[in-house]
Design a protein around this ligand. Structure first.
Ligand SMILES: C[S@@+](CC[C@H](N)C(=O)[O-])C[C@H]1O[C@@H](n2cnc3c(N)ncnc32)[C@H](O)[C@@H]1O
Length: 229
């Protein structure tokens, strides 16, 4: 790499950090955060590449661990929530998943995901407390990478997530570890709600893990795996 290339690469990393930090700025609000996603969709993959983010690969390895039989992965119905440009879909396809739907509120991001030819159905919706145009018990597995945080999926969405997953199915959520400490919607609410859902017999915790050995949007990651009951 010559000097100019290195400079350009450093510039891209700085730009990526700035853009990614802006998506989750509380003062921005949901509407402007979504506008930012629309505007930056074409460059999003470059940003994640520059930062060396590997959370999507980690997600696929978790799915593989939960469904070790390749034949089962071929028939699995997966919904990728906050699918963005489809980077999780790319990794799921590599491990043999063939029925993956995408839910993504930003039209710009969803359009990039569509071009990949990986996902089957597309839902341009927010995951929140409103009922989605999806029947209950539709999917075996839900993947969520980087879609929790300020201006992103709110706590109240957990009910709707559970509704569309079949009993025995999994909800796997990889997000910034700091979220539960800094997002006003999550502080003293997200984990208590998760526990309440467990006590109500709606789901059970399979794993909760803080990981610093993976490149997750340049920061420590928190991984939740829940089985829907
Ligand atoms: C940081 S990106 C992650 C995209 C992709 N999962 C990845 O790993 O590259 C977060 C995505 O979540 C989406 N998002 C924001 N709020 C959401 C909500 N309430 N429900 C579903 N997706 C949401 C954003 O539009 C954005 O595309």
């Amino acid at each position: 790499m010559n000097h100019l290339d290195k400079k350009e690469a450093q510039g891209l990393v700085a730009e990526a950090e700035e853009v990614l930090a802006r998506y989750v700025q509380p003062e921005l609000g949901i509407e402007l955060s979504q506008k930012d996603y629309d505007k930056t969709a074409a460059k999003y993959d470059q940003y994640l590449g520059a930062l060396g983010v590997t959370a999507q690969r980690k997600m696929a390895s978790i799915v593989k661990g939960l469904y070790p039989d390749p034949k089962q992965r071929e028939t699995l119905r997966v919904i990728d929530v906050g699918a963005g440009t489809g980077l999780v879909g790319v990794e799921l396809q590599k491990i043999g998943c063939r029925h993956i739907d995408a839910l993504e509120p930003s039209r710009g991001m969803l359009d990039v995901a569509k071009q990949r030819g990986i996902y089957t159905n597309f839902f341009c919706n927010f995951m929140d407390d409103k009922q989605l145009p999806i029947d209950e018990n539709t999917y075996d597995c839900m993947t969520i990478v980087g879609a929790m945080g300020d201006n992103h999926i709110p706590c109240c969405a957990l009910h709707e997530m559970i509704r569309i997953i079949k009993p025995g199915g999994y909800i796997i959520n990889i997000s910034r570890a700091a979220n539960i400490k800094i997002c006003s919607d999550y502080i003293e609410r997200l984990e208590p709600l998760m526990e309440q859902l467990e006590q109500e017999g709606k789901w059970r915790t399979i794993n909760k893990d803080v990981r610093s050995d993976m490149d997750f949007f340049g920061t420590e990651a928190l991984i939740f795996v829940h089985e829907v009951l």
